[in-house]
Structure formats: C-alpha cells, structure tokens
Design a protein around this ligand. Structure first.
Ligand code: GLU
Length: 304
C-alpha cells in the first residue's frame, strides 16, 4: 500500500476543511487551541510509521481515553463489565442525563460519559491511582513510556465538571458507582487530559488491528474475541451520536474525542490517527472525519 502517496493526496484534499467547525470550549483550557491544525499518522503492523502534517504535535486525547480505560477494565472484569454498562448506541449526546433515569442508572455504552465514569469507577476499585495505571497501560500500547496527562487541562475540566458529577451522583443513587464521586471524577478528568500525538495514538490502537496482541511488545492485551467486540463497539458507539453516519461514510471502527483526535483501525493492517481541533456539532473533528472518509475511498479498504 502506497501510504505516502495516499497521505499526501488526503492532505491536499482536506485543506479546505481544516479549521472548519468549532474548537471545544466547555473545557476552558481547550478553548485556546489553534483550530487550523491537521495531522495524520498510519502505523502498520510491521511498525512502519507514515505521517503527514502535524502528526507529532501532542494534543488532549479526551474521550479517546475511554477506549483505553475500557480495554483495561475489560481485562480486569471480563464479561461482568456488561452487568454495569450496556452495549447499544445511545442516540443521545455524549453527556446526556435523561436516558440514565429511564434506564435505572445503567449507561447505554462505555463511550458516553456515564459509561466511561462507570468504567473509571471499576479502575478506581482496582488501583489507588487509576489515572496513573491508565497512563502506564496506554504508554505500553503506544510504546511510549513518557506519556502523561496535562495537569492544567485536568484541573480546567475538574472546575467545570458539574454535569459529569451530576451523572456520577445519579448512578451512585442506583448503586452503579462504588467509589466516592469526587475520586471517580478526579481520575476521569485526569485520564481525559492525557496528551498524545497522532503517532502515539495510531500505535496505541494497533493491538486491536492485531487481534488483541500488542504488536510492539508481543503481550496479549485481549483475546481475539474480546478485541473483535471492542472494535464492534467503536463502530457502533465510538463517534458520538453520529456513529451511524460515520460508519456510513468511513466504514472503520473509530473513537473520537473533543480534543479533535480520531483513532481508527483497519483489521490486520494498521492503526490510524487523525487530528484537527475544529469539531462538527456532533463533537467529531470535521477535517478528521473527511480525511478518514477519503482514506477508505482512496485505499478501497474498510471493514466492508
Ligand atoms: N472530558 C470530556 C468530558 O467529559 C470528554 C469529552 C469527549 O471527548 O467526548 O466532557
């Protein structure tokens, strides 16, 4: 596959889309990010790294951390995880409260905030510092032991996390949160604030393209069936309330974050990450979505 030529074509075609949309501003520290940036990285399973644009610029991974948190919790809890979190698309915004009431405090899926808070709660039950455990775990997936979270972004989100705290209290009232709300929110804001670049992230999702085995260490992260399941959840729930449209346009399992990053994977071939901070109303990076759509059209490769 001529990834170099494909990335150059994408870079040229995506140019009019870069900066179109709005940078997330509800986390004050993210509001100042320059919107007109674009980077993309493809890491094939042999370790070949192919990049274009701002692929080495670190950014706030935000909700992409939910994928790594879920992987670690799934390793620990196995299928008992699904007793506390569902596996259906929500059809609601990622930070919605209404569905939780109708469904007795069991979040629809692990990629909406309520679901990710339950997953973080599971990690808090297992680790004294869940965010550090997750940073280290993600660092192993990314083959980058220097990963860390941005304390300023975490503090900025913590100061404005009333809605997530409301959800956490609400779930606690149904018995679906075992640790103190403050501890769970603190760990959640910190893991959302992990900083990575496109290369780190493309490497970090490669284990899912590799049937659950970390290609960089040989460590089995998940068995093949579990890796298939997490990839399926990415396809159905990974890109906010636009997951159906995203699957229609792109046709790859993916997880996005309001920092403007989107990770995706092509099973058996590569991990992919694209980053451009200006978002569509759905919360997905606009230029990033266009780039991934062009990637599957230009390569003729998707899961379909
Ligand atoms: N930390 C963000 C929040 O809870 C994550 C949002 C996102 O990237 O979807 O609102």
């Amino acid at each position: 596959m001529d990834y170099r030529g494909i990335l150059d074509t994408i870079h040229a075609e995506v140019a009019p889309h870069v900066g179109v949309g709005r940078v997330a501003s509800y986390i004050p520290e993210l509001a100042g990010v320059e919107p007109a940036q674009f980077g993309m990285a493809i890491v094939d399973l042999a370790g070949g790294v192919h990049t274009v644009g701002d692929a080495r610029v670190p950014f706030s991974i935000q909700s992409i951390s939910k994928l790594f948190g879920l992987t670690l919790a799934f390793q620990l809890a196995g299928d008992t995880l699904w007793e506390r979190v569902g596996r259906e698309p929500s059809g609601n915004p990622f930070n919605s409260l209404v569905q939780l009431e109708r469904e007795n405090g069991k979040p629809r899926n692990p990629f909406i905030n309520a679901g990710a808070l339950v997953v973080t709660d599971m990690l808090c039950s297992r680790y004294t510092h869940a965010e550090n455990a997750l940073v280290q775990f993600t660092g192993r997936l990314a083959a980058n032991p220097a990963l860390d979270y941005d304390a300023r972004v975490a503090a900025s989100e913590l100061r404005t996390s009333h809605r997530n705290a409301a959800m956490a209290h609400f779930m606690k009232s149904f018995g679906n949160l075992h640790n103190p709300v403050d501890a769970v929110i603190d760990a959640y804001c910190k893991h959302c604030a992990i900083r990575m670049n496109c290369i780190d992230l493309a490497r970090a999702v490669a284990f899912l393209a590799n049937g659950g085995t970390n290609p960089w260490t040989g460590e089995r992260v998940l068995d093949a069936s579990s890796a298939k399941r997490l990839s399926a959840l990415m396809l159905t729930c990974g890109t906010y309330d636009a997951a159906g449209d995203f699957a229609f346009r792109v046709g790859l399992p993916a997880k996005s974050g309001v920092g403007g990053g989107i990770v995706a994977l092509l099973p058996g071939e590569c991990g992919i990450c694209v980053w451009s901070p200006a978002l569509e109303d759905s919360g997905n990076s606009h230029a990033g979505s266009v780039a991934l759509e062009r990637f599957t059209d230009l390569t003729g490769r998707s899961i379909f």
